[in-house]
Write a new protein. Sequence first.
Length: 105
Amino acid sequence: MIAVKRLDKQLMYLNPDHITCIEETPDTVITLFNGNRYIVTDRATTIVSKVVAFRARISRRAASRSAKRYLARNNHSSCFMTDNTEQDEVLSSLQRHTPFYSRDY
């Protein structure tokens, strides 16, 4: 979320993914994809730099070591099964499962 100030000096947070257009007439108008328009005191260049910083922060978090460690973690239901034979049976039954849309009736 990015913070912008409305004309009445209230702080408002917008999701930058919903912004479709930023117009800079004498006032800056932000148009969202649902058609809502907001008049803000911030300049268009300031808003664009806030959006770029927001996306860079998301990219940095996605590329961090903790995210890679989380994605590399093994999620084979081993947290509740202690016997490897039970786990092998569950995995083999999942591999034999035929998706519903490919079954012949």
